[in-house]
Write a new protein. Sequence first.
Length: 303
Amino acid sequence: METRAIDSLRSNARLLKKALRLKERDDLTTVIKVNAVTITDNYWMKPLDSDLTYQDVRFTDDYFSVLALKGSYSGFNRAANSKRTKTPELTNTGSFEKCWKLIDGKWWMYKSATHDELFSELFIYHLGKELGMNMAVYKHGDKCIKSLDFTDSASVNFEPAFAFMGDNEDYEDVFAKLEELCPQAKGDFVKMIFLDTIVANPDRHTANFGLLRDIKTGKLIGFAPLFDHNMALIARGYPKAPTKNDVLIRLFNDFISNHSEYKNQLPIVTETLLQTVLKTVNMRVRGKEIVDLIMKRYAMILK
């Protein structure tokens, strides 16, 4: 349950807990405060001898979203003077300042982002779509990036890989576990690590990919849409040209050499396609450097 708690190191998380007057602010107490409910699955904690139902505890408003995202004093003051105590922000995990906003009955994740983080997230989303991958929807927000809840208010359950892998991100180990649990997800996993490799994404971990499960039957459906790319590409500056010692390229090549049946199934990347994605995103960046970088990385994983 503690893994469902908001990251206590986020400045706005501390403000949120203070506004909610949480006397004890450890992860477990924080999660229990909202019955361990999250936006992206319908698992929750019911106290013994309680008459509560899921409809009683699920989230229906985004009242604390401004405080969680921006941390402004006006947002803090408004939240502190409210009698509301239920918010999806207490179980909104991750290290970036973010919030859930409810718009026309749909939940959207708003996440703070610099210009280059915003570009990287949007570019990789559109690139993945062009390559035929299952991508979580991303759009440009006001000084932030926003992403649509791909579970559609927990109409399916998202189960992060952490649930079955812990912190183990080893490609071979994850692949073997998918073979055991959900074989239909293996191809999408290979596509994900392929995409991560060509866009230089070092931040793929077991909390930001996973599986979808049917909420009624419990059956695993397949791989979840790809999300969380805001530390890739140019998010931390323009990377240098890759070398043979590039860790992501080496790890992917080692993996694909052991699973050669997937080599001919990898998406084809061209300069024309990348130029199309640049035009779609339409942000001021050093486009030629980005295209050159991706094409060089792509060429090195096909050798």
